[in-house]
Design a protein around this ligand. Structure first.
Ligand code: ADP
Ligand code: MG
Length: 209
């Protein structure tokens, strides 16, 4: 067995990411990051359970940023988050972590804001979509968003999202992405509704606590 990871530079992340981490003052990965990142880099489905404030955003964002193809300006990854505030927060952290990746486009889409502006932004192309289930579903229905090239599908704060009644939207959206996409679910708690999604959609997931 390997010794536990102590520095981000011990993980197989590319230099543009390591330099962004350095600039943000992140030196050591948090325990959930150290446990999750190696599995996520390998492409395995994963289930992460940890309280808020433990660094889950970077845990799923860093492996994703590491494997993006910048030349492919169709959504390669989607993150579903329960609220507009969380979607904005996740997108902001991803933009920071990816600030040295030239040409990176992370786009947040959520209700309560102009859908026309979001359709326009989508037509210009984005590598990563961070959105709330209702608005994502709406844009899929209008054919303004296509998940056919998505290789990474992330459910953030899954317990909150399902508690808010988004279970049907979430499963509907999951079905719009390729079966081959890596599926990652993060949650602070594991109530039965979350377990049902895990059992149905995650394939032999790496479990990180
Ligand atoms: P969670 O999603 O688990 O609630 P966040 O991903 O929002 O937590 O992270 C909480 C805070 O910790 C954020 O401000 C984030 O920028 C910061 N953070 C995350 N990882 C690290 C790290 N390895 N070192 C220092 N700060 C970190
Ligand atoms: Mg979070």
């Amino acid at each position: 067995m390997q010794d536990s990871v102590i520095q981000f530079s011990d993980l197989s992340l590319n230099d543009s990411i390591l330099s962004a981490l350095d600039g943000m003052g992140f030196v050591s990965p948090t325990p959930i990051q150290a446990a999750a990142i190696p599995h996520l880099l390998e492409g395995a489905d994963a289930l992460g359970k940890a309280q808020t404030g433990t660094g889950k955003t970077a845990a799923f964002s860093l492996p994703l940023l590491n494997k993006l193809d910048l030349n492919q300006r169709k959504p390669q990854a989607i993150v579903l988050a329960p609220t507009r505030e969380l979607a904005i927060q996740v997108a902001a952290e991803m933009k920071n972590l990816g600030k040295n990746i030239k040409g990176l486009k992370v786009l947040e889409i959520y209700g309560g804001a102009s859908i026309v502006d979001q359709m326009r932004a989508l037509s210009r192309g984005a590598h990563i979509i961070v959105g709330t289930p209702g608005r994502v579903k709406d844009l899929l229905n209008r054919d303004r968003l296509n998940l056919g090239e998505v290789h990474t599908f992330i459910l953030d704060e899954a317990d909150e999202m399902l508690k808010m009644g988004f279970v049907d939207d979430v499963t509907w959206i999951l079905e719009k992405a390729p079966d081959t996409a890596q599926r990652i679910l993060f949650s602070a708690t594991m109530p039965p509704m979350v377990k049902t999604i895990v059992d149905r959609y995650l394939r032999d997931p790496a479990r990180v606590d």
